[in-house]
Design a binder for this molecule. Structure first.
Ligand code: ZN
Length: 327
């Protein structure tokens, strides 16, 4: 799989440091979701574990590459969510046993005589005791041993861990780069551009939304939201409709929240504003946006979201009513 330009750039920087003997033993790959942090970590691990000369890309043919691809490389560990043996469910945190198993094997020298690599994804899911156990490994750097921590929320990691890592920071690339990459993924230009606007420049999100057909969902959602403001649609009816598909509820609220921000900023001609005029009281709109975001964060918890959302939509109508009658 080929890397996107912004991913390749970060990989090249890390590899240049490695070839110069300057790659720190702990790397924190951080930045927004869906920008390819894990893909870069995987590619970096592949190169570190390959037997080919350092200045070549991973060969894909040597014993190191074969073992890694088979998932049986003795010097490569991936720590990620595992099934809880008691409940049969996937854990939502990384636990101490996973890190303990690691520190045991890491104290031995590499079985194949090359690099030892541990990839932790998502590193911010380490619970407190697991993070403390990892800290011990971090405090004892060993030659040719690398820890690759992947995180979209590095602020959740203890400062003691963060301070011991070199950072590989990911950020949303420039628009031209993002559009070029979306084209390479087979998305026609006008749609790609529209999706990129909707995703506020984030190419990974734009690509995911295009593949899932979410632009149409966004359009419908914003029409319904505008319908509430104009008194055409009922707050409760729309709340029920949006909450009826739990998998999409968060996305719908995200579209609305982004549109509320665009509306507050009064971005002229932006499709996100759904033909609405900014309300007279932008401060109230900002407060409404905050409440909507709070509701979004609660979606995973079992609350009476329909009523909460219906209440917010009724408030939204009240907020816009003054504006619409003024016109
Ligand atoms: Zn190889």
């Amino acid at each position: 799989m080929s890397l996107a330009p912004w991913q390749q750039q970060r990989l090249d920087t890390a590899l240049a440091a490695w070839r110069a003997g300057r790659l720190g033993h702990a790397q924190l790959l951080c930045g927004p979701e869906q920008l390819g942090k894990r893909a870069v970590a995987d590619s970096l691990a592949a190169r570190l574990l390959c037997d080919a000369p350092k200045d070549e890309p991973p060969c894909g043919r040597c014993r190191g590459c074969a073992l890694r691809e088979a998932g049986t490389h003795p010097d490569f560990r991936i720590i990620t969510f595992e099934e809880n043996a008691n409940t049969g469910k996937l854990r939502t945190e990384l636990v101490i046993d996973q890190v303990r198993a690691l520190s045991g094997s890491m104290q031995m020298t590499a079985q194949r005589g090359g690099a030892q690599v541990v990839l932790i994804d998502p590193a911010d899911a380490l619970n407190t005791s697991a993070a403390n156990a990892l800290l011990k490994t971090l405090e004892e750097p060993a030659d040719n041993r690398f820890l690759l921590l992947v995180s979209a929320a590095p602020q959740r990691l203890p400062a003691t861990i963060r301070s011991r890592c070199q950072r590989i920071e990911f950020s949303v690339p420039e628009r031209e780069v993002a559009l070029g990459w979306l084209a390479s993924q087979g998305h026609p230009a006008p749609r790609a551009s529209e999706a990129l606007d909707a995703a506020q420049g984030h190419p990974g999100l734009a690509d995911a939304w295009l593949r899932a057909g979410h632009l149409a969902l966004r359009e419908t959602t914003l029409k319904e939201w505008a319908g509430v403001a104009r008194g055409i649609a009922s707050p409760l009816g729309i709340a029920q409709l949006w909450m009826a598909e739990p998998a999409l509820a968060g996305l719908r609220l995200r579209f609305v929240a982004d549109a509320a921000v665009a509306l507050a900023r009064g971005i002229a001609g932006a499709p996100a504003v759904a033909g609405l005029t900014p309300p007279a009281d932008v401060d109230k709109l900002a407060a409404w946006f905050d409440q909507l975001n709070r509701l979004r964060l609660q979606l995973s918890a079992p609350l009476k979201h329909e009523l909460a959302l219906a209440g917010l939509l009724a408030e939204w109508r009240g907020l816009m009513a003054t504006t619409e009658t003024r016109r």
